[in-house]
Design a protein around this ligand. Structure first.
Ligand SMILES: [Zn+2]
Length: 78
Protein backbone atom coordinates (compact mmCIF):
# COMPACT_ATOMS: atom_id res chain seq x y z
CA UNK A 1 0.00 0.00 0.00
CA UNK A 2 1.52 3.31 -1.12
CA UNK A 3 1.56 6.59 0.73
CA UNK A 4 -1.03 8.10 -1.60
CA UNK A 5 -3.48 5.30 -0.82
CA UNK A 6 -3.02 5.86 2.92
CA UNK A 7 -3.61 9.59 2.40
CA UNK A 8 -6.79 8.92 0.42
CA UNK A 9 -8.09 6.56 3.14
CA UNK A 10 -7.24 9.15 5.79
CA UNK A 11 -9.00 11.84 3.78
CA UNK A 12 -12.10 9.68 3.41
CA UNK A 13 -12.02 8.90 7.14
CA UNK A 14 -11.75 12.61 8.02
CA UNK A 15 -14.54 13.50 5.59
CA UNK A 16 -16.69 10.69 6.98
CA UNK A 17 -16.43 12.41 10.37
CA UNK A 18 -16.51 16.04 9.25
CA UNK A 19 -19.42 15.88 6.78
CA UNK A 20 -21.99 14.30 9.16
CA UNK A 21 -20.86 16.68 11.92
CA UNK A 22 -21.37 19.72 9.69
CA UNK A 23 -24.69 18.42 8.35
CA UNK A 24 -25.87 17.70 11.88
CA UNK A 25 -24.84 21.15 13.12
CA UNK A 26 -26.54 22.90 10.23
CA UNK A 27 -29.68 20.79 10.67
CA UNK A 28 -29.73 21.57 14.39
CA UNK A 29 -29.31 25.31 13.70
CA UNK A 30 -32.09 25.28 11.11
CA UNK A 31 -34.39 23.33 13.44
CA UNK A 32 -33.67 25.77 16.26
CA UNK A 33 -34.43 28.67 13.93
CA UNK A 34 -37.75 27.10 12.94
CA UNK A 35 -38.65 26.38 16.58
CA UNK A 36 -37.77 29.93 17.64
CA UNK A 37 -39.89 31.27 14.78
CA UNK A 38 -42.82 29.07 15.87
CA UNK A 39 -42.43 30.22 19.48
CA UNK A 40 -42.37 33.84 18.32
CA UNK A 41 -45.51 33.27 16.26
CA UNK A 42 -47.28 31.59 19.20
CA UNK A 43 -46.14 34.42 21.51
CA UNK A 44 -47.31 36.97 18.95
CA UNK A 45 -50.66 35.21 18.64
CA UNK A 46 -51.15 35.28 22.44
CA UNK A 47 -50.69 39.05 22.55
CA UNK A 48 -53.62 41.36 23.09
CA UNK A 49 -54.04 44.92 21.83
CA UNK A 50 -53.27 47.71 24.30
CA UNK A 51 -56.57 49.48 25.10
CA UNK A 52 -54.86 52.86 24.63
CA UNK A 53 -52.47 52.61 21.68
CA UNK A 54 -53.67 49.28 20.19
CA UNK A 55 -50.14 47.89 19.95
CA UNK A 56 -50.06 44.15 20.60
CA UNK A 57 -48.66 43.52 24.06
CA UNK A 58 -48.17 40.62 26.47
CA UNK A 59 -51.52 39.65 28.06
CA UNK A 60 -50.06 39.94 31.59
CA UNK A 61 -48.34 43.30 31.02
CA UNK A 62 -48.92 45.86 33.78
CA UNK A 63 -47.52 48.78 31.79
CA UNK A 64 -47.70 49.08 28.02
CA UNK A 65 -44.15 49.07 26.62
CA UNK A 66 -45.26 51.32 23.75
CA UNK A 67 -47.35 54.08 25.30
CA UNK A 68 -46.13 53.50 28.93
CA UNK A 69 -49.65 53.68 30.36
CA UNK A 70 -50.73 51.55 33.30
CA UNK A 71 -52.96 48.76 32.13
CA UNK A 72 -56.01 47.42 33.88
CA UNK A 73 -55.59 43.68 34.36
CA UNK A 74 -57.73 42.03 31.73
CA UNK A 75 -59.39 38.98 33.21
CA UNK A 76 -60.37 36.78 30.33
CA UNK A 77 -60.62 33.54 32.25
CA UNK A 78 -57.66 31.99 30.43
ZN1 LIG B 1 -50.15 51.11 24.77
Amino acid sequence: MGLSEILIILLIAVLAIVIPTVVLSVTRLVMRGIRLRQEQMIEEHRRVPCPFCKERIHPDALVCPYCKRDLPQIIDGA
